[in-house]
Ligand binder design. Structure first.
Ligand SMILES: O=P(O)(O)OP(=O)(O)OP(=O)(O)OC[C@H]1O[C@@H](n2cnc3c(O)ncnc32)[C@H](O)[C@@H]1O
Ligand SMILES: [Mg+2]
Length: 199
């Protein structure tokens, strides 16, 4: 019987996307929400790679099996790459998407459209007990709008405009997002090399 795929995340938006990205794989996707007794894993690294490794390696150590983690965020050029690795907690520890968006739009007030370029970054770490952690990365380019548009997705999606589609990431379907997103690209890479690890 195929084993489960375990992802060290509590983010419901990510979990939904991972379930779709692994569809057809006939594997059960489990997350930290299925292990409520495991406490929050502190993300005190300085890069996406470090934080992804901390999450994946901590849970792999506890469960003694292969674990995937995603550390991701939004880099805005006019803010020198902020909020970056601090994207989830940009407006405070409560990790509130609406408050994060409001803070970002305020920081960008008066910044013209041509200077509102940004990208989502996703680093996926695959940790296996007793093995070196392996990484996969994906990027997604866009422009920060001046107000939220759309109800789909999560996080900063309502203010992330995709020029070639003429819509924000919160207006397109999850299939359209997965086909071009930072997370979708990182998972496509992972699937190419999945024979390398016990997944
Ligand atoms: O650490 P886990 O438990 O996985 O959940 P998290 O939400 O804290 O995840 P991160 O530490 O990786 O922070 C990522 C943040 O970046 C933003 N983000 C990442 N991917 C996104 C996406 O596809 N769409 C919109 N926002 C995204 C969003 O605010 C996330 O909370
Ligand atoms: Mg986090």
């Amino acid at each position: 019987m195929a084993t489960d795929i375990i992802i060290a995340t509590t983010n419901k938006g990510k979990i939904k996307e991972f379930k779709q990205l692994f569809e057809g794989n006939e594997r059960v996707i489990k997350s930290l929400l299925d292990y409520p007794h495991i406490m929050d894993i502190p993300e005190d690294g300085h890069t996406f790679h470090e934080n992804a490794a901390i999450k994946a390696e901590t849970l792999a150590g506890i469960l003694n099996c292969t674990v995937i983690a995603d550390d991701s965020g939004l880099e805005v050029d006019a803010l020198n790459g902020a909020p970056g690795i601090y994207s989830a907690r940009y407006a405070g520890e409560q990790k509130n998407d609406a408050a994060n968006i409001e803070k970002l739009l305020k920081e960008l007030e008066g910044t013209p459209e041509e200077k509102r370029t940004a990208r989502f970054v996703c680093v996926i770490a695959v940790a296996q007990p007793g093995e070196e952690t392996i990484y996969f990365k994906g990027q997604f380019d866009g422009i920060i709008t001046s107000q939220p548009q759309g109800e789909k997705g999560f996080g900063y999606d309502p203010i992330f405009y995709i020029p070639e589609l003429g819509q924000t990431a919160a207006e397109i379907s999850s299939n359209e997002k997965n086909a071009r997103s930072h997370r979708g690209k990182a998972i496509q890479e992972l699937l190419k090399y999945k024979n390398l690890f016990n997944l």
